[in-house]
Design a protein around this ligand. Structure first.
Ligand SMILES: [Zn+2]
Length: 122
């Protein structure tokens, strides 16, 4: 035969030229796994491609806790930040209305801010 055992073995391997989705997991040798990924998944059957993920509530909670770093980006935290921002906008809008009315009613000078913080070049 014209080809070596190594060449024949390579014809059967999923090497770097293989066009499909390779697993790419880090092997014990430190190299990326070249096995084909399970259809629809990113990893081969030996590197978690067959796993369907955590199913029990305890398992899902454990995974969630594992990936949570500080909780500042949870859905709840983001909703609370949004709510606080909206409260701030409403308060500032109300203060603007009060200021406008006070100036219109003559209770406040138009340049009242400068009484507390004079402009340096005036
Ligand atoms: Zn793999």
């Amino acid at each position: 035969m014209g080809i070596s055992f190594k060449e024949a073995a390579q014809m059967w391997q999923f090497g770097p030229d293989w066009p499909g989705q390779a697993c790419g997991a880090k092997t014990r040798a430190g190299t990326p796994c070249k096995n084909p990924a399970v259809t629809g998944k990113a990893r081969c059957r030996m590197h978690g491609g067959k796993s369907t993920g955590a199913k029990t509530p305890e398992g899902r909670a454990r995974l969630s806790a594992l990936h949570l770093k500080h909780g500042r980006s949870t859905t709840e935290a983001k909703a609370e930040a949004k709510r606080r921002a909206q409260v701030g906008r409403e308060i500032r809008a109300e203060l603007r209305d009060i200021e406008r009315e006070a100036i219109a009613g003559g209770l406040l000078a138009k340049d009242w801010r400068e009484m507390f913080e004079p402009k340096p070049d005036k």
